[in-house]
Ligand binder design. Structure first.
Ligand SMILES: C[S@@+](CC[C@H](N)C(=O)[O-])C[C@H]1O[C@@H](n2cnc3c(N)ncnc32)[C@H](O)[C@@H]1O
Length: 194
């Protein structure tokens, strides 16, 4: 992680996990990949909490399974080899935090990346599913075409959310070029009403 005072998108996402999760919390990793975020969240929710983790690639699920077994955290995580677009069908508890780290599996096949259609469906579900005061965190990488499409969708969606229902924050280094990673944090207002 960066030693600079101004932190990267990924660093901010990690900080938000630490702020939002405590013993007994429920979290969703919408893009488990190699399981780094899943493991971090599994530690934070403690033995009485739970993490649901999604990925469409069996390779990612197996890498995460091995990581959790090595850390002794297997029991507090449900691993799902399913699209995050099916999140609302599989997550039965009300999440405190739902995290997306879009793009492709690090070290894996770059052609298997998150896609606008499923990202859009999943982010909409996530906003509906989180508890009042809960948060959705999305790291987005517009350095490739699908990432640009995801970014355009996310910016439009988050900018359109009523401030009485959600607070929407974007973190980006403005002088790092159009492909600079972004971290969005969307918190549901405590007084949220549908
Ligand atoms: C950038 S990686 C995530 C890295 C992960 N957060 C970590 O800590 O290692 C993005 C992951 O999203 C997965 N993915 C792509 N489409 C998906 C979908 N529809 N549902 C769930 N995961 C998906 C990819 O297979 C890839 O593993």
């Amino acid at each position: 992680m960066s030693e600079y005072t101004l932190k990267s998108a990924r660093y901010i996402a990690r900080e938000l996990m630490e702020k939002m999760l405590r013993e007994g919390s429920v979290a969703v990793d919408a893009t488990m990949g190699n399981g780094h975020d899943t493991e971090t969240m599994a530690r934070l929710v403690g033995a009485s909490g739970h993490v649901y983790a999604f990925d469409v690639q069996a390779e990612a699920v197996e890498a995460t399974r091995a990581r959790l077994a090595q850390s002794g955290l297997t029991d507090r995580v449900t691993l799902l080899c399913r699209s995050h677009a099916e999140m609302s069908e599989h997550v039965k508890a009300v999440p405190d935090l739902i995290v997306f780290n879009l793009g492709w599996l690090p070290g894996g096949d770059k052609t298997v990346t998150t896609l606008l259609s499923s990202t859009a469906a999943a982010v909409r579900q996530a906003l509906a599913m989180i508890r009042p005061d809960g948060m959705v965190v999305v790291c987005c990488y517009p350095g490739h075409e699908e990432g640009q499409r995801e970014l355009a969708f996310l910016e439009e969606l988050f900018a359109s959310l009523p401030p009485q229902q959600f607070n929407c924050l974007a973190h980006v280094f403005l002088n790092a070029g159009a492909g600079a990673p972004r971290c969005y944090a969307v918190q549901k207002q405590e007084t949220y009403r549908v």
